[in-house]
Design a protein around this ligand. Structure first.
Ligand code: IMP
Ligand code: MG
Length: 196
């Protein structure tokens, strides 16, 4: 199950007495990626993104709400290119822990897409339903380029219409929370990523 945790010699758990350790019903929640690991990786990705786009080219960074809000905030501050930020709201989960496959677009970006370098920022690629639906909708608006940056990738999707060019971490199939990711809207504000 926990690929990511198995690669590390010691399993780090949410500190005793932390309220997340009390809400988990299967023993203490495990920290899968801690704050320092995330920060380091975000800086590496931002440097790669900066190098990828020609100097002087302006980006439109499109964050998928709500899950990407913390990742995006850290990422854009480390990208050394002129950029604009806008958001897309898509919903596929409700309050469960499995994808419904039914992706709804709840908010369309106000920003024009045509002719722009669009960088889509996603918290986690799971079934790929969201990305497949969104990349189609965005491609129709004829961006100059469309790339995906995902903090986490579960590698479960068989036919992803848009593979992330930048992935923070490969993740095991378990359900993850923190650093923007929620379970029924809880836990988004945790500074680390934990397994529930
Ligand atoms: P997909 O459409 O199945 O790829 O799922 C994409 C969305 O589902 C992500 O943007 C997340 O908001 C949510 N999601 C998928 N896996 C997890 C998880 O392990 N924890 C929290 N949210 C998740
Ligand atoms: Mg979500």
């Amino acid at each position: 199950m926990a690929d990511a945790a198995q690669r590390r010699p010691e399993v780090e758990t949410v500190p005793d007495g932390h309220w997340l350790s009390r809400t988990a019903d299967r023993g203490p929640a495990r920290i899968i990626f801690n704050e320092a690991q995330i920060q380091r990786r975000v800086e590496e990705m931002a440097a790669e993104i900066t190098r990828f786009y020609p100097e002087g080219e302006e980006l439109l960074v499109l964050g998928l709400l709500k899950g990407s809000f913390i990742f995006l905030a850290d990422l854009v501050r480390a990208i050394d290119r002129p950029l604009h930020v806008d958001f897309i709201v898509a919903s596929s989960y409700g309050s469960g822990t499995t994808s419904s496959g039914n992706v709804r677009l709840l908010y369309d970006p106000m920003a024009p897409i045509a002719g722009r370098h669009v960088l889509l920022v996603e918290d986690i690629v799971d079934s790929g339903n969201t990305i497949n639906r969104l990349s189609e909708a965005l491609q129709q608006r004829e961006p100059e380029s469309l790339e995906l940056c995902a903090l986490l990738h579960k590698h479960l999707a068989e036919n992803l219409a848009l593979e992330p060019r930048w992935t923070g971490f490969d993740a095991s199939p378990e359900f993850l929370v923190g650093y923007g990711l929620d379970h029924a809207e809880d836990f988004r504000h945790l500074p680390f990523v934990a397994g529930l």
